[in-house]
Structures are given as C-alpha cells and as structure tokens.
Design a protein around this ligand. Structure first.
Ligand code: FE2
Ligand code: FE2
Length: 473
C-alpha cells in the first residue's frame, strides 16, 4: 500500500482502479494549478527549489529531496497505511469496526469538518504569497516554499476525500476551496486567522509556530476519527506538518538570539536602532498570533464538539492514552465569565468541554516552545522573558469573545482596552517598523538579514550557504 504510483496524480490509493474518480480529480488538477499560479508564491515559480517530496509513506521514502520547479511539484494523494481491524476509538460507537465509507447520518457533519480543514490549506498559501520578495535568507526562502507546496498537498488530501466519498456536493466543495480567497470581503476563507494578512516574516514565523500548531492539534483529533480514510489521510499530513512548526519555532528562536546579541552590542541598548526586533515587539506578535490561534479551537463549551465526539468523528489527542473513551461521565472545571467579565467556576460536562481539552494540549505544547525561546534569553544573561498571554486575552470566539482582558487575564472595560491595546498587540507603527527591516530580499547563499541569526545547520545535511533556490532552468 505504501508504494506511490508515478501517474499524472501520484497516489497510493489505487486511483487507476476507479476511473470515474480518476477523471474527476484529473479535471480538478488544472484548476488547482491555475489557482497555484494565481494565488501561490509570487515570483520564483520558474526557479529550481530544493524541496522535499514524498515518494512513499514509509519512514524511508516520504522525505525525498531534490531540485524541482514549484509548479512541477508532485502533489498527490498519500494515505498512511491502514491499521488492521481498526475500531472506532471513542464516542457512542466505540469498539465497532471503523467506517470505510461515510455513514449516512454523519455525512453532512463530516463534509463540513473536511471542508473546514481543507479551507485552511490554500488559505495559508494565499496569506504568504508575497513573502518571497522580502526573505531574510535563501535558507528561509526555501523553507517558505516547502511549507507552501505542502499546504497545497494538504488541500489535495482533503479534496480526495470530498471527491471520493461525497459525490456531487463533494466536487462542488472542491471547486469552492479554490474560489474563496484569504482576506477577501465578499468571499473570505472560513476561519478568522486565515483571513489575517501575513505580510512580514515575523508574522510568518509566528503563524507557523502558533497557527500551524493549531493545525497539528486539529489533525491529531481527526486522526482519531472513526471514518478511517480521514484518519489515514490526517496521519500522513501530520508527518509533513512537523516541519512547518519547526520553521516557526526556530524562526522566532533565531530572531530572539539575534535580538539578544544586538542588545549586548548596542551601547544604548536600543535594538531597533541597531536594526533588530526589540523584545517588546516580539511579545506583541506572540500575543496576536497565539490569541488568534486559540480561537480556532472553537468555544470552551460546545454542543458541536460534544456531538463530534459522541459520533466518533473526532477524538482527543492520542485517544488510547485515556481510560474512558465514552466520556459520558465526569465534568471539566472551567472559569466562565458573566457579561461584565467576572469569572465563576463551573463544571462543564466532559463531552461539551472537548474543545477545551484539545486547547489544553495545545497550550502546553506552545509553552514548551516559549520555554526554548526563554532559554536563549537566559543563555544571553538577559532577565526578560516571554510569556503566553492568558487564554482570555483578545478572543473572538467562545465564552470570552466580546469581553476585554489584559494579557494576565484581568477583566477590563472597553475604554481600558482601547487605551492599552497598542501596548499588547502590534500597532500600525510596530508593523511598519518590522516591515522596514525587511525592505529587500536577502538571496546571497548563506547570508542572513541583520535581524535574524543563522540557523545552526542547513537542510538535509546541506551547508547553510547551499544555493537552495536557483534561477537557472
Ligand atoms: Fe497543512
Ligand atoms: Fe502547515
């Protein structure tokens, strides 16, 4: 099963045996390529890029590196190998054989889950499309393109499920996935964070650190789906996703290292004047992308989340670690605000708290990344530290939406929020400053922009000064 065929659409799902499906996907393929040329990375489409491509789903051959022009990337359909006799891992039907086809009663819900996941993939490519023109190094440029082509492949993963299992509505949804546009007022992407601009590299690194990590947790929950094709698809996507978070965490980490260096060098301690990003600005970007990403988990108390779990469509991260897979008993303690933002402790039935359970795992994972950034500050003998803001801060979804809290989680009036919000989130002036550091692309192999440290090593054993992106044909 793990062999990937060398057809027009590379796949390990025996596409040639289903002519109707093959034809439908081959019709969608040129639409995808048109979308890629219109909305994918601006410039560089004729360049040779040193990219990782899957040639199989096994550990040995899913990461094959070579030079390829982005439009020639082998986008395809790769599912993780099936687990023998897999069972529905949670919910009311726990222990029954996993579904190989869509159960009629869950059809609409499943389609919605797949479309919502699928929509984020092209959205992020659209958000990032101008970044190549301001890259801090050729190494970073290559990493950007790696993330972009893989998000394109994740779109393929979801479109396969739509075409294969959802008939005509599935095909229509697949077209719509190419028609919505990030940030477009009339036809936006489905989720908030995927309509925010990513027009500087600090935002890109924060996005891949925090928003791609939300993606990881959504995929982990879908990997526990009783609908087996969705579980297998998302399991393979997770292997690719890890690199995106690596790009984010190490990207921010390198900025922190460089800032620390500049703080020690600059006699007046003025990092901005020395051409770096000051720690206060870094914290504001962190606050923004972390809070936008928390919203993606949905409401703290959610009947939708309860029904996804009950139906066995979504599970918890590594469901097998839990004792009780039915979760009908037990409660989850939560602080719920009233209309003024005053908090009271509440016991939420466990199934209704599943979004929060997933968010807990996410928050812990984010904290580990922030701890690693703080280690750079400690190593540089600086006393400042980064911190994740309270989960209540700057929320637009869930029980805290419409209320105001400071980064420590203290309730504020609307006036207090207005007065302070530029202290906590990037102001227009901060954004202008960050962009001013990135006025031109740095593309000499091995050279780094002044505001970011070099990575400790290159890609796939290649040196840092390797020419990862080449203009020649
Ligand atoms: Fe993705
Ligand atoms: Fe990603």
């Amino acid at each position: 099963m793990s062999h990937i065929s060398d057809e027009k659409i590379p796949n390990n799902v025996n596409l040639t045996e289903d002519k109707k499906l093959q034809r439908a996907l081959e019709q969608w393929q040129p639409d995808f390529l048109r979308w890629w040329m219109d909305m994918g990375p601006s410039g560089f489409q004729a360049h040779q890029v040193y990219l990782r491509t899957a040639v199989g789903v096994d550990a040995n051959d899913w990461a094959h590196y070579d030079f390829v022009k982005m439009p020639d990337y082998r986008w395809g359909i790769f599912l993780a190998d099936p687990v023998t006799d897999r069972r529905i891992p949670c919910g009311d039907s726990v222990g029954q054989p996993a579904w190989q086809d869509v159960p009629g009663e869950h059809r609409n819900t499943l389609r919605r889950l797949i479309v919502t996941q699928g929509d984020t993939e092209p959205a992020s490519v659209e958000q990032q499309r101008m970044l190549g023109h301001s890259c801090p190094s050729m190494y970073d440029l290559r990493n950007l393109f790696q993330v972009n082509v893989e998000e394109g492949r994740h779109l393929w993963a979801m479109v396969y499920l739509l075409h294969r299992f959802f008939g005509r509505d599935g095909r229509e949804e697949a077209e719509e996935l190419l028609a919505r546009r990030s940030g477009n007022e009339d036809h936006p992407r489905i989720l908030g964070a995927f309509n925010e601009p990513i027009d500087d590299w600090l935002s890109f690194f924060m996005f891949t650190m925090f928003t791609d990590r939300d993606g990881k947790y959504q995929l982990l929950a879908l990997a526990e789906s009783g609908f087996d094709p969705l579980s297998r698809t998302t399991r393979f996507m997770l292997t690719e996703e890890a690199h995106h978070m690596f790009v984010g965490e190490t990207g921010v980490g390198r900025v922190v290292q460089r800032t620390a260096e500049l703080m020690r060098q600059a006699k007046d301690g003025d990092v901005r004047r020395a051409g770096g990003v000051d720690l206060a600005t870094l914290q504001k970007y962190l606050n923004l992308w972390y809070s936008l990403s928390l919203d993606l988990f949905g409401s703290e108390v959610s009947t939708n989340a309860a029904s996804f779990f009950a139906a066995g469509l979504k599970g918890r991260v590594k469901e097998e670690k839990f004792q009780d897979h039915v979760a009908l008993e037990g409660a989850y303690p939560m602080e719920i605000p009233d209309r003024t933002g005053q908090l009271t402790r509440d016991e939420v039935p466990l199934r209704s708290a599943m979004n929060e359970v997933l968010r807990d795992a996410y928050v812990e994972d984010c904290q580990r990344g922030v701890d690693r950034w703080n280690k750079f500050l400690a190593d540089a003998e600086l006393s400042e530290r980064f911190a994740l803001p309270s989960r209540r801060f700057h929320r637009h979804q869930g029980v805290f939406a419409g209320l105001f809290f400071d980064p420590q989680g203290k309730p504020l009036s609307a006036e207090e929020w207005e007065r302070h919000k530029d202290d906590w989130l990037p102001s227009a002036a901060d954004r202008t400053f960050v962009k001013s550091l990135q006025a031109k692309a740095i593309v000499d192999p091995g050279k780094m922009a002044n505001w970011i440290a070099a990575p400790p090593r290159g890609i796939n054993g290649k040196p840092i000064e390797f020419e990862y992106v080449r203009a020649e044909a």
